[in-house]
Write a protein that binds this ligand. Structure first.
Ligand SMILES: Cc1ncc(COP(=O)(O)O)c(C=O)c1O
Length: 395
C-alpha cells in the first residue's frame, strides 16, 4: 500500500471495490456485448420526463434550491404514494436525494458510526455494505436460505444475529439480487422486533412494483408502508431510477418521520446541497405524467422474466427458482463455482455481461445475476449465447 493511501482514514482505505463494476469495466467497450450486469434496462427515459427537465432549464431554474427538495416534488411524492398504498402521506416525510444510493448513504450517516453494527440479509446488493463501511460501522450478514421454495428467511436467525451493537436492519424487499420478497407476516415480525429493540430499519422497497404473484398479478409487494406508524424508526430509501428508466439522472429520496426534516436538511446541505431543480421537475413529470411508462416497465419485466426463466429451466446444470420480485434472475451453474472468473470468461467467450455472485456478499460466490428488464430480442439473443457457451463447457 502506498504511503499516500496509508495516510487516509482507515474506513476510506477499507472501502470495498464493487465486484459488479470490476466485470463491467472489463467488458464495457466490447463490440456487440449484451450487458445484463447492471440493474437497468435498455429503454431511455421517455420524452415527457426529459421535456420537463429541458423546460426547467430554459425557464432559468438554474439557481440554488431547497435542500430537501422543491415543495411541488415533495407533494407529488406524497400523492403518488397515497395512490399506491391508499393511506395518507404528507410532503414533509419526503427528502429528495441524488439517487437511491445517496439515500442509502444518508440513511447510514444518520444512524450508524464506528462501533455500530448493521445487519444485512445476504445475498445483498453490495452498496449497502459499502455505505456502512464508509461510516465505520461493522457488518453482520444473515444468510437467506436457498432451497425448493427459492430464497427464504429464517426470522429467528435474523433476530439472534442482533446484538447490543446492532443499530440498523437493512431490509431490501423485493431484493436485489435474489428476488426474495418478504411476506406481510415477516415484515410485521421484523417491525415488532425493531420496535422492541429500538433499532432503525433501512427499508429498500425500490422494486415494490416489480412483484410476480401468480395469485394476484399486478399487485404490489408487501410493504412496511401498510403496517408502519408515523413515528416508527424506518427510513425508506427510494429512487426514480427503475420505474421511470432514470438510472443516469441520479435522483431519489428518503421517506422518514417528518420530525427528522431539519437533521436531514443539515446533512443534505453538507453532502450535496440539494438536487438540481431541472431534475426535480423531471421527477414531478415522472410521478404525474408517466404513469403508463412506469406500468410498461413492469410489463417488460414480466416478459423478460418469462424469457430468461424459461430458458434457464432448459439448462440441466443451472440451479435457480423463479424470483418473486425485482428484475433479476440469480442462478448457479454446476461446475462453475468461481463466479468472478467465469463472468470474465463469459465476456471473452460469449460476449455477454453477467454480474458475478461474489459481488453480493457471503453465500453467493457461485451465483450469477442477469437483469431482465430488457427488450425481448436482446434477452433471447443473450440467452442463446449463454446456452451455446454452456454446451461448449459440457462438450
Ligand atoms: C436494492 C437497490 N437499492 C438502491 C439502488 C440504487 O438506485 P439508484 O442509486 O440508481 O437510484 C439499487 C440500484 O441498483 C438497488 O438495486
Amino acid at each position: 500500500m502506498s504511503s499516500l493511501i496509508a495516510s487516509l482514514r482507515p474506513t476510506a482505505q477499507m472501502s470495498p471495490v464493487s465486484g459488479i463494476v470490476e466485470v463491467f469495466n472489463y467488458g464495457r467497450t466490447r463490440e456487440g456485448l449484451i450487458p445484463l450486469w447492471a440493474g437497468e434496462g435498455d429503454t431511455p427515459t421517455p420524452p415527457v420526463i426529459c421535456d420537463a427537465a429541458t423546460k426547467s432549464l430554459s425557464d432559468g431554474e438554474t439557481f440554488y434550491t431547497y435542500q430537501l427538495g422543491i415543495p411541488p416534488l415533495r407533494e407529488a411524492l406524497a400523492e403518488y404514494f397515497q395512490g399506491l398504498y391508499e393511506r395518507s402521506f404528507v410532503a414533509d416525510e419526503f427528502f429528495v436525494t441524488c439517487g437511491g444510493m445517496h439515500a442509502i448513504q444518508l440513511a447510514m450517516q444518520l444512524t450508524v458510526g464506528p462501533g455500530d453494527e448493521v445487519v444485512l440479509l445476504s445475498p445483498a446488493w453490495p452498496n449497502f455494505a459499502g455505505a456502512a463501511i464508509i461510516q465505520g460501522a461493522t457488518l453482520n450478514y444473515v444468510a437467506l436460505e436457498h432451497g425448493d421454495a427459492g430464497w427464504t428467511l429464517d426470522l429467528d436467525k435474523l433476530f439472534d444475529a442482533c446484538s447490543e451493537k446492532t443499530k440498523v436492519l437493512v431490509i431490501n424487499s423485493p431484493a436485489n439480487p435474489s428476488g426474495w420478497t418478504a411476506s406481510d407476516a415477516e415484515l410485521r415480525a421484523i417491525l415488532d422486533f425493531a420496535r422492541a429493540k429500538g433499532l432503525w430499519v433501512i427499508a429498500d422497497e425500490i422494486y415494490g412494483r416489480f412483484h410476480y404473484d401468480e395469485q394476484s398479478p399486478g399487485s404490489l409487494a408487501p410493504s412496511f408502508q401498510t403496517i408502519r406508524d408515523p413515528d416508527d424508526r424506518i427510513l425508506f430509501v427510494q429512487t426514480f431510477s427503475k420505474n421511470w428508466a432514470m438510472t443516469g439522472w441520479r435522483i431519489g429520496w428518503i421517506q422518514g418521520p417528518a420530525e427528522l426534516g431539519q437533521i436531514v436538511e443539515n446533512h443534505i446541505q453538507y453532502n450535496t446541497s440539494g438536487v438540481a431543480p431541472f431534475m426535480q421537475r423531471a421527477g414531478i413529470a415522472a410521478l404525474k405524467n408517466a404513469t403508463d411508462f412506469a406500468q410498461g416497465q413492469v410489463d417488460r419485466a414480466v416478459e423478460g422474466r418469462r424469457i430468461v426463466c424459461d430458458t434457464l429451466d432448459r439448462f440441466p446444470n443451472v440451479r435457480f427458482k423463479r424470483p418473486a420480485g425485482a428484475f433479476y434472475a440469480f442462478f448457479s451453474i454446476d461446475g462453475h463455482e468461481d463466479s468472478m472468473a467465469t463472468a470474465f470468461r463469459m465476456v471473452d467467450e460469449a460476449n455477454i455481461g453477467l454480474a458475478p455472485g461474489s459481488a453480493f456478499g457471503p453465500g453467493a460466490e457461485a451465483f450469477y445475476r442477469i437483469c431482465y428488464l430488457r427488450s425481448a430480442d436482446g434477452l433471447s439473443e443473450a440467452m442463446q449465447r449463454l446456452g451455446r457457451w454452456l454446451e461448449k463447457q459440457n462438450a
